[in-house]
Ligand binder design. Structure first.
Ligand code: NAI
Length: 409
């Protein structure tokens, strides 16, 4: 395809060497020939390229997006792509999207690429017979893995699922670096905030929160972390951040960002403490900020796209970004993480699905991505960046394998 034929995917295609190589390989090997793959994910240009890789590999791909993060240009581009069925339109409501997911599941799937476990949970809930026919799935988000762990613990999974989110090549780059960079870009574009010198509260010191707090501090912000896990709180302290409960942190904040994936982390009891002018956003999920409590306590005015200004009766105003939905994806120009990390995440997804298509020796359950896949993605990424590394020498290997050697001190 020429650059112009990639349309809205052109820039992403240029910056995704692993997906390009995977696409070329799958055009030869067609690992998905005769298989139907369901894809549920924010429909950004990155996802569009991933869908194209699957279709090039022979799959019949049925695609559903997410409310608020579906790019109409990508939907239109996919409509012209043979072997791909995109959603009817980019502007589907949450309930219309669930109906689209039902239609997709009714069609019968062999493989699933999921984001948030939406397809997998709906399938097991409403279409148990169709679940029995599925070869396997890949899940790429923290929130989705939490739900799948609950299903696996109750023996409710009907097929093997690869935990893409837990793979080192996903979690150490996509969550830590990509999410922080794209979220801070989105926040800067939506507001007039200057990070340097501002006080930023980061809720959650997991992979996303730690990456975000670190980048905020490198920009000159003063950071306060809130946590519920004592080890994470200690880690945040050791990394040099202030640590407090949310109720004691919000009063000092210019910026509050949630990165937990948990329900109502910023809620009614915190609203009285918020300082005038505070900017509030989530990078974790749409459930973390209690926007109903905000709407009850304050009047709302929507001046700019993506920014809702709430005014309390005492005159304080706070700005909620993208109605509490993840800001890097839901911002008007938000396309999620940079291509450099989505390339590796979707390379893992593609290869995980290809392994499942080939047939893996797994009973139903949640599994780590095979190390050979993660390592191959890392090796190809380094090669694409033109970076070389050392190899373990035969002498080094022998020293570590021969455990009875004692003479080296
Ligand atoms: P994680 O599990 O590594 O970290 C979550 C942290 O939040 C944990 O340390 C946990 O102890 C803490 N936490 C839980 N409840 C809390 C509360 N009430 N107050 C304060 N801290 C609390 O998860 P990870 O990988 O950092 O992901 C976090 C969220 O970000 C997930 O929902 C994930 O799906 C989402 N995510 C968003 C991306 C984006 O592009 N916006 C990309 C990757 C992940």
């Amino acid at each position: 395809m020429s650059t112009t034929e990639w349309g809205p995917l052109a820039a992403v295609h240029e910056r995704s060497p692993l997906l390009r190589a995977t696409r070329d390989r799958y055009a030869e090997t067609t690992p998905f020939a005769g298989l139907t793959v369901g894809v549920s994910a924010p429909l950004t240009p990155h996802t569009g390229l991933f869908v194209d890789v699957l279709a090039t590999g022979g799959a019949d791909v049925l695609v559903t997006g997410e409310a608020g993060s579906t790019d109409p240009a990508v939907v239109e581009w996919l409509r012209d792509r043979s072997g791909v069925t995109p959603p009817a339109s980019a502007g589907l409501s949450a309930s219309e999207l669930t109906d689209t997911r039902r239609e997709l599941l009714e069609a019968g799937l062999d493989l699933i690429a999921d984001d948030g476990a939406h397809l997998v949970s709906l399938l097991h809930d409403e279409f148990p017979d169709a679940a029995a026919a599925v070869r396997g799935a890949c899940e790429q988000t923290t929130g989705g893995i939490t739900r799948l762990q609950a299903m696996a613990e109750r023996d409710r999974l009907a097929f093997p699922v690869y935990d893409i989110n837990g793979a080192p090549m996903k979690r150490q780059f996509d969550n830590v670096h990509g999410t922080a960079e794209s979220s801070l870009t989105a926040i800067a574009e939506l507001t007039d905030i200057m990070f340097a010198g501002s006080v930023a509260v980061v809720a959650g010191y997991g992979r996303c929160g730690r990456g975000l707090a670190r980048k905020l501090r490198s920009l000159g912000a003063r950071t306060i972390v809130t946590e519920v896990d004592p080890r994470k709180a200690l880690e945040a302290l050791a990394d040099g951040h202030d640590v407090r409960p949310m109720s004691q942190a919000v009063g000092d904040a210019d910026l509050v960002i949630t990165a937990t994936g948990r329900y109502r982390v910023l809620r009614a009891e915190h609203l009285d403490e918020l300082a005038d002018g505070t900017v509030i956003a989530s990078i974790g999920s749409a459930i973390e900020i209690d926007d109903e409590a905000l709407a009850d306590a304050a009047t709302v005015e929507r001046r700019d796209s993506g920014v809702a200004r709430y005014t309390f009766t005492d005159g304080r105003t706070v700005s909620l970004l993208t109605d509490g939905r993840v800001v890097n994806l839901a911002a008007p120009d938000g396309t999620g993480n940079p291509s450099a990390v989505m390339d590796t995440t979707f390379a893992l997804m593609s290869r995980g699905l290809a392994a499942l298509a080939e047939g893996v020796d797994h009973s139903p359950g949640l599994y780590d991505v095979p190390d050979r896949i993660d390592r191959a993605v890392a090796t190809e990424k380094l090669a694409a960046m033109g970076v070389e590394i050392d190899e373990v020498s035969p002498e080094q290997r022998a020293y570590h394998e021969e455990w009875q050697t004692h003479d080296a001190g």
